[in-house]
Design a protein around this ligand. Sequence first.
Ligand SMILES: N[C@@H](CCC(=O)N[C@@H](CS)C(=O)NCC(=O)O)C(=O)O
Length: 248
Amino acid sequence: MLTFYHYWGSFCSIKTRLALEEKALDYREVFVDLLAFEQLKPDYMRLNPNGVVPTIEHDDQVVIESTVINEYLNEVFPDPPLMPIDPLGRARARVLVKLEDDKAHEAMRAPTFNLMIKPMIAGLSDSEVDEIATNHPQKWIGDYWKKTVRTPIDQDAIDDSLALVRDICATLEAALDGAGPWLAGETFSLADCAFAPMVDRMEHLGAGETFNGFPALQAWIARLKARPAYGRSVPPDDKRLYSPGGGA
Ligand SMILES: N[C@@H](CCC(=O)N[C@@H](CS)C(=O)NCC(=O)O)C(=O)O
């Protein structure tokens, strides 16, 4: 039995859902409503003491951290393989996954919180925000909630994030240039799973033009979006975060 704890609009949940879907695994879903702060409830925190999604439970064993989960899924369910067969290819894939973990996820934070989450939780009182911030097991995340949701839109932080996304695009373009068709070479891998949420988030933010000027990356995006598993991994329209571009 495989259980996937997720939030539809969560970047890291999309990354793991794509691995689950590429492997055509049979899994049960548990929706953890991040905007109702279900990630901080004791029952969920017993599974994931970091108070974040995603989490998987496999035969009563819990695995957390999207990158670790995806590696675990790839080892336990080896077909189809989602890592290159050669060690150098795997090393390249892991460097890209690390770039996503270290920088791409971070780059999405300011646009997501300022433009999408802030309007969705505008109704929270100061004391409610204080309570979340104080109770979050990761102090910096609690502090970020507090700093961001009750203050005006921080355009400088958004601009810095978009500049970081362009740097990341340049790295991905270099990885694909003369290589590909996938980020770590000839086969679709966990590196492709890792960057799929960035594509979805940027487009849903109305910032898809950030990918302009990176032709190999744009061709990769078209290939990625043509995969049936991608369509099943991104949120359905009625489960999406608010979009400043006017989407659901
Ligand atoms: N490094 C973690 C990061 C997980 C993470 O930050 N998840 C976000 C959604 S993408 C979350 O659950 N946030 C909850 C919160 O901000 O309280 C992973 O890759 O699983």
